[in-house]
Write a protein of this length. Structure first.
Length: 145
């Protein structure tokens, strides 16, 4: 069986190259939904997308990515941290129509290490192990003390 692939333009250590996006390996995601919303720049990180696909498979529901990779300009404009994981690849996943506790627990089992808890989304990344809460409303929603 021939593997389906799509060529994407990705940033690789301050230069751009063309990589193949494996639609058989990541059937529930597209390069566009993980690319910068400002300019379309992408960051190719197969391990991250593998874990995202495992998360989708485990919870058996679509994941709506609010923000994936961000170029430096877009990250600054949206108030992202200067060393944000979004400058590589992270995912802010909408909580709409998803059990947030099931999503968080599955993400932990799959190996995501960075967790940002917000009232409308869960931030996931593969940076150093840490977590934060975006607001008091989010703290109450996630019942964190």
């Amino acid at each position: 069986m021939k593997t389906q692939a799509e060529t994407i333009r990705v940033q690789d250590k301050d230069r751009f190259s063309h990589q193949l996006w494996n639609t058989d390996r990541w059937p529930n995601f597209s390069p566009a939904e993980l690319s910068c919303r400002h300019c379309g720049e992408s960051y190719h990180w197969p391990e991250f997308v593998d874990r995202l696909q495992c998360l989708r498979d485990e919870i058996k529901k679509p994941l709506y990515i609010l923000s994936g990779h961000r170029c430096a300009l877009h990250n600054a404009r949206v108030g992202g941290a200067p060393l944000s994981q979004h400058l590589k690849l992270a995912a802010d996943i909408s909580l709409r129509d998803i059990n947030r506790v099931q999503l968080r627990d599955a993400a932990k089992r799959i190996g995501f290490s960075g967790f940002g808890y917000y009232s409308t989304f869960l931030h996931l990344d593969l940076g150093r192990p840490r977590h934060w809460v975006g607001s008091e409303k989010a703290r109450q929603l996630w019942q964190m003390h």
